[in-house]
Design a protein around this ligand. Structure first.
Ligand code: HEM
Length: 128
């Protein structure tokens, strides 16, 4: 029996880089996300490549450089409302398509990221 990680199944480093690049092109243009992201997304994209590599079962690149992920805690400085959660997920859904991540991995990834994004919300709508 050959059990591969999602990371390997989708095509490893190349696929993660395509996905993250397609994602931040959309974040940079999304009116609900622009206010909380830095203008230069180079560093956040680099960290997201590290994080998603380990999230998909590849080498633990994020942890190696930044320690325990603690993603909710790392997001507390930024007001993440339900609207911003939806915006983040819609950018990701389109990026999964543009990066040609194949089924069933595309759906599995989107479901897992939806759970994580829900966990990242920290601000009710009216304060966003
Ligand atoms: C960092 C927003 C969900 C992974 C950030 C930053 C913002 C942000 C504003 C910081 C940018 C900066 O450095 O100034 C959001 C919003 C989300 C969301 C609005 C909607 C729910 C997620 C999810 C994940 C994730 C679901 C993982 C699957 C990361 C990573 C970083 C980051 C790895 C870099 C952390 C670091 O600096 O160490 N996010 N995020 N985010 N986000 Fe999110």
């Amino acid at each position: 029996e050959n059990i591969r990680s999602i990371y390997e199944a989708i095509g490893g480093e190349d696929a993660v880089h395509r996905l993250v690049d397609a994602f931040y092109i959309r974040v940079a243009k999304h009116p609900d996300l622009i206010p909380i992201f830095p203008e230069d997304l180079t560093e956040v994209a680099r960290k997201q490549k590290q994080f998603l590599t380990q999230f998909f079962g590849g080498p633990p690149l994020f942890q190696a450089e930044h320690g325990h992920p603690m993603m909710r805690r790392r997001h507390l400085p930024f007001p993440i409302t339900p609207t911003r959660r939806d915006a983040w997920l819609s950018c990701m859904e389109e990026a999964l398509e543009e990066a040609e991540i194949e089924e069933p991995f595309r759906s599995v990834i989107f479901e897992r990221l939806t759970l994580t994004a829900n966990h990242m919300m920290n601000t009710p709508e009216e304060k966003g």
